[in-house]
Design a binder for this molecule. Sequence first.
Ligand SMILES: O=C(O)CNC(=O)[C@H](CS)NC(=O)CCC(=O)C(=O)O
Length: 276
Amino acid sequence: MKAALIQLCSGDDPARNLPLTAALIQEAADGGADFILTPEVTNCVSASRSRQLEVLQTEAEDITLAALRDLASRRGVWLLIGSLALKTSDADGRFANRSFLVAPNGAIVARYDKIHMFDVTISDSESYRESAGYRPGTRAVLAQAPFGPVGMTICYDIRFPHLYRGLAQKGARILTVPSAFSQVTGAAHWHMLLRARAIETGAFVLAPAQTGTHEAAGGAPRRTYGHSLAVGPWGDVLADGGEGTGVIYVDLHLPEVAQARQRIPALMHDVEFGGP
Ligand SMILES: O=C(O)CNC(=O)[C@H](CS)NC(=O)CCC(=O)C(=O)O
């Protein structure tokens, strides 16, 4: 199976982001990919709540979701829409950060709402309060696809290894980590975190990413790390998207999952223990 990771530099206007996203998905389908993945907040990267209130839509109305489902069915590909920022009916007005797995007939096979919120002060000049804008999800999601169960996660989730271990122990062979990682933490941690999760779980880790400086009509522009990454079950980096936008491809030899887990059966070696 051939997967393609789309690396984007989404701005804060979903209507402008969509044609660029669709063009790269077309390119990936032309390139022979049967599973195409886009980054976190494919539809809108914004640091401004008022801007998001203006441009975001509910899942039922969202133009990006409708167009990409249609594209998946026209091209007959599996599509992971890494995430969409969506309005919800919650009384507090918070958005959902929701990932979708779409089948080659355009049907939504699974949805996952990001569980862990990035409420982090990186430095005096850079801090994030994701939970102010988004309501966290409360359920891990293992999606069923013909190429095996897919553990769906998003970005900051990568720092919570028990989520990945649980998904792998329930059968995940592919773990998806669409992201909009900060440049500072990305340079320090990105490759290592993704490789560690792949090694610990003996699964493929596919992490399409946002990259560069994101145009924003409202508020300061955000900068993300890029380096969309595909990691094999033995921890080897199979493809790295670098800093530009575009498509990277990776051949997934799924039997490598069973081979890695046979060589190091750590997933079956959990024991109860006491201590601090
Ligand atoms: O804000 C949105 O619209 C969508 N959400 C994101 O982009 C989130 C919260 S700001 N980004 C991360 O989780 C980066 C994690 C990260 O960089 C790390 O773990 O080091």
